[in-house]
Design a protein around this ligand. Structure first.
Ligand SMILES: Cc1cc2nc3c(=O)[nH]c(=O)nc-3n(C[C@H](O)[C@H](O)[C@H](O)COP(=O)(O)OP(=O)(O)OC[C@H]3O[C@@H](n4cnc5c(N)ncnc54)[C@H](O)[C@@H]3O)c2cc1C
Length: 410
């Protein structure tokens, strides 16, 4: 199925805001929708529901893109390289103009177009599949030789690298800022945002009428639960082990004084494909430091309980990689470390599907370490899916989510 703005919006509702809760309104007319979770997925879903003319209440227990949310922290990469998984190539490409529009409306940058470079030690089908998909979409991506990369990106040592894929039109999204800006825009446009914790539904079948909150209850015509790594905690029976949060650590290092090679534009966002065991990072965005992370899944964690102090083992792993690939940063001081979590589905595909027994409840999650960039199109699809206005994409269904985890989407 082709996920385009046109297909997602076909037949969607009008633009007028409903002045009151329509308790028994059939979905499809102006309805009151509760979106629980103001991470990147919930915030964009609330935005698109609002654009369709619905009355939307958005809730978060800790605040939009708070420091323990998967959407918290500073930066996320946006790219269209997805190998053979061109469903995600299309989604990130269709999301980019929406990020740019949000960036344009904000006082501070949200999208930083410094380009993205993936490099590979072998002649990698992932790169060829990606470039073929990009050609079909008219994206100006380039396959580069090691010599070309060494000339253009002298801050990286390309020893042992066979080829590169450079996407000039992509770059970094400022994570927390973008979600908080979007929620502010949602409120300015008449949306209701509340700092509230929601309890899981007590009801097990039919239509959900209300949920209990930290202060009282909330009635709505439909409910979207976009709870990121908390989704299995609120829906242990339905989601449970189908989404597994894992510990992920990211590190920032100070570049050499006055060295312009690590600034965005001179340096791209990058990923060393490394046979599938990916390391990735960013230039010195907003002088925060040069960011490095190992993309491998860490230990399974509880997002409420995991220790947010970095581990010496993860730091040593990233420093060893950094010293090999970025020799100019040897001995660069650590300026910051953050501990987050991925919320992995079994293979990396998102979960955007109706609850199997509550027909007006949509479950949204499974960003799996790559979801942020797709926030705008996830929100658009989720809003359309709730109203049955778009064919269900099998890859986003609950039925395709296994409890055995084997990552396939990179
Ligand atoms: C270190 C790291 C690096 C990443 N890098 C990239 C990248 O480069 N590119 C990319 O595209 N993606 C990346 N990702 C993935 C992406 O950031 C996530 O997939 C995405 O942010 C998930 O968003 P979400 O809205 O599903 O979850 P969250 O942001 O976690 O939002 C869920 C929200 O639900 C709220 N909530 C939970 N329970 C309740 C309740 N009972 N009541 C009310 N509210 C509740 C929480 O407080 C939270 O705010 C990365 C993730 C991490 C952790």
């Amino acid at each position: 199925m082709k996920l385009t703005r046109r297909s997602l919006l076909s037949g969607a509702g009008g633009a007028a805001l409903s002045p009151a809760i329509l308790k028994a309104a059939p979905l499809g007319s102006k309805s009151h929708i509760a979106v629980i979770g103001a991470g990147v997925f919930g915030a964009w879903t609330a935005h698109h529901l609002q654009q369709l003319g619905h009355r939307v209440t958005l809730l978060d227990a800790h605040g939009p893109a708070h420091s323990r949310a998967s959407s918290g922290g500073e930066s996320r990469m946006t790219r269209a390289a997805y190998g053979k998984d061109d469903i995600y190539t299309r989604m990130s490409t269709d999301s980019l103009p929406q990020w740019k529009a949000l960036s344009g409306a904000s006082g501070l940058p949200i999208f930083v177009p410094h380009g993205v470079l993936f490099f590979f030690p072998t002649d990698e089908p992932y790169a060829h599949d990606s470039i073929a998909a990009h050609r079909r979409l008219g994206l100006p991506s380039q396959l580069l030789t090691p010599a070309e990369m060494a000339r253009r990106f002298p801050m990286i040592d390309f020893a042992g690298i066979r080829m590169g894929l450079f996407e000039p039109g992509f770059g970094a999204l400022m994570a927390r800022r973008s979600v908080q800006t979007l929620v502010r825009q949602f409120v300015r446009s008449g949306g209701d945002y509340r700092h509230e914790a929601a309890h899981g539904p007590r009801q097990s079948g039919g239509k959900l009428r209300s949920i209990r909150l930290s202060s009282g209850s909330l009635e709505a015509d439909a409910f979207v639960f976009a709870l990121g790594p908390w989704l299995p905690k609120i829906f242990p029976d339905v989601v449970g082990g189908r989404i597994q949060p894992t510990r992920q650590e990211v590190f920032f290092f100070a570049p050499p004084a006055g060295d312009r090679r690590f600034l965005p534009g001179a340096m791209p966002g990058w990923a060393d494909f490394n046979g599938g065991d990916i390391y990735y990072g960013f230039p010195d965005l907003e002088s925060r430091g040069v960011k490095f992370a190992h993309d491998a899944h860490g230990a399974a964690v509880d997002p409420d309980a995991q220790d947010r102090r970095h581990s010496e083992a993860a730091l040593a792993d990233v420093v060893a990689f950094r010293d090999r690939r970025f020799p100019l940063l040897r001995n660069a001081p650590l300026t910051e470390a953050r501990v987050c979590q991925y919320e992995n589905s079994s293979n990396g595909d998102f979960l955007i599907d109706l609850h199997p027994r509550l027909s007006n409840v949509l479950l949204v999650g499974g960003g799996s370490g790559h979801g942020f960039k797709h926030g705008p199109e996830v929100g658009r699809y989720a809003a359309a899916r709730l109203f049955d206005r778009v064919p269900a994409e099998p890859r986003f269904s609950l039925a395709t989510k296994a409890e055995t985890h084997k990552r396939e989407v990179h």
